[in-house]
Ligand binder design. Sequence first.
Ligand code: HDE
Length: 756
Amino acid sequence: DAELAAAMPYNETKPLEYGAAALTPHQGEVRRPDTPLATASTTTEDIASRKVGDGTPGIGADPLAGPLDRVRVDDSGRELTTNQGVKVADNQHSLKIGLRGPTAMEDFILREKITHFDHERIPERVVHARGAGAHGYFENYHDLSSITRAGLFCKPGKRTPVFVRFSTVAGSRGSADTARDVRGFATKFYTEEGVFDLVGNNIPVFFIQDAMKFPDLIHAVKPEPNNEIPQASSAHDTFYDFAGLSPEIFHMLMWVLSDRAIPRSFRTMQGFGVHTFRLVNAKGESHFVKFHWTPLQGTHSLVWDEAVKVAGADADFHRRDLWEAIESGNFPEWELGLQVFTEAQAAAFRVFDVLDATKIVPEELVPVRPVGKLVLDRNPDNFFAETEQVAFCIAHLVPGIDFSNDPLMQGRIHSYIDTQLSRLGGANFHEIPINGPVAQVHNNQRDGMHRQAINRGRVAYEPNSLAGGCPFQAGARGFASWPEHVEGSKVRGKAELFAEHYGQARLFWNSQSPFEQQHIIDAFRFELTRVQTPAVRERIVAGLANINARLAAAVARGLGIPVPAPLPRVNDTPVPDYPPSPSLSLLFRPGRTGIRTRRVALAAAEGVDAAGARELYASLLRDGAQPRIVGQRLGELSTASGRPLDVEVSFEATPSVMYDGLVVGPGDASAAALARDGRVLEFVRDQYRHGKPILVIGAGRQLLAAAVIPLALPDGSPDPGLFLADEAGLAAALAAFKAALARHRTWARETDPPRV
Ligand code: HDE
């Protein structure tokens, strides 16, 4: 053989094709853990290229920031060029034949610039088009290797870089942030074992049970196809027509018509993986799991009247809030919790099926165990490159995490990759920097639109001998689907427990506080009032009659109709009676961050006590709140004593809904001037109506009187969010105001109809 090899032509840069190694070909085998990877002396593909290095991580060495460095562009101190790197002398004028003559066809600089501009837009996401994203990391708390082999969960303290995108579902890319809608909460974990995407929502259940119905659901909720109305709203006939005819939707309807669907901030909402997933350990043992994100900022929502006004005042309310919190170093945090249960436990739940995405596993049955925390600490450099081009997919799993047979989940496995093919223009979207794993990619996939990788060598197939069998199959180190034993007839249909639709809708209703229940009634009243077809309205109320009689009666009253007979139930499955689950109320998670990032308006006019106002301002700032001096116009306010006070922003530019609380600055003349301004009165009334804490000092109470603010709650007791202080009691009142600000709102002010 040596003789034969010596007689063969030889090319030293291609040893596998020409040398002795070519005579001992590798078949398409699995590499055993104890065999080293082929060395540079035997494998063409492993000979380091001066252009790309030797293939070891370098580029991904700093997992938090490194991988994107290759493509970051910073123009500071640079000259303008074309896309070919040719310096551009004049970027203001096209090339003309005479200064008043026609433009020359030859102007390749103009044509390149306009052509690129013409193609700047890509299709928006068919759902979840509107969103905002941020970078951060996931820090794992415990060694969970007894339940999963996924490396990100196996070492205490291990940090995995992440990119998170929050979104609304129905609206277009330019729609308002505060529309009533489910919020997407999608997390891309760049693990050492490849990308893991947890593509969840802020509501733990979904509208439908089977992927087959998804296009219908979305066609029904999106703007109606004849006139493209309404934008980003479920309050129209087609959505409720679909809903009333798909009774599996009723549990989800309770959630989307609750305040969950109008969060105060992305930072104050929970997240859920929704489906039952599997975790698999190194021994091949499987557990079911549900993923939960819990915000350390607490769960807070807007009230409907506020959400509507915010949409006009600042359509970017949530996007801005996330951006500003991160820019100011107030990094939002969520704890990841797992509900882990066995297949035997799942079977014992009996009244619901864990494969049904319209059902939760109540926390009372399986507690949520915290396993790590997510910190978002870096805004994207470029919205399009990162937030718009990020491509999540439920099928991006790493070894140790697997699917269940949830028929909604199964359909998603196909949809996400498929939609990216048209949205991101071809099969290589995984090479867009934000989508690239920090783990290395080695396979025989080649070419396609916009290919970036320059794969070396002439081998792009497996098994091969010419590349020494590389890249090898990873065998036990690779992803292996959990070998669930499955047997059955090929059928279209649903499992029996999927046909019970009302037990958990009732559980949700029974677990809400009285004000949350009232908001659900108000939301149904609003949405169904927008619906034009009486029969469609009626069908929804008939569904509510299966959930709770008071709810159905209150909604029917709002619509001016009698309570219809309950919707017929699909079969005789009895509606289970769950004990209330307190964790389903937004009040259950008050937050651990006090008044950090709460926005406070400090209202001031001519004659303000500037020194007093500055002291209040500083005190709020010290505790992490974001105070603003709000006035009738920008500029200096004269003051009785000392330096004048600068107004930072006007009442016009930032209406009441932009603030979580109000302090009426000290100074009698200032308070009197504010009390004469209709805009300020409206501001105060909205603060009151939206349950926000109000602190007035001295003559500031004139303002409350002028705005006709009741000083007592409807039941006659003192309002715990209203603070009237004089100079002597100011310190105590300020402390109480801050405590109320941390609690967020005084719900007891609410009446139906509202007093203010
Ligand atoms: Fe999605 N969903 N979805 N979805 N989904 C998309 O993929 C789909 C579902 C969710 O910030 C699309 O890249 C089907 C449940 C989020 O980029 C699309 C079904 C949950 C995002 C798609 C569902 C989600 C999407 C559109 C039913 C919560 C935004 C653009 C079978 C667990 C991700 C895209 C981002 C996006 C399909 C149901 C969450 C069309 C077919 C349930 C957070 O592929």
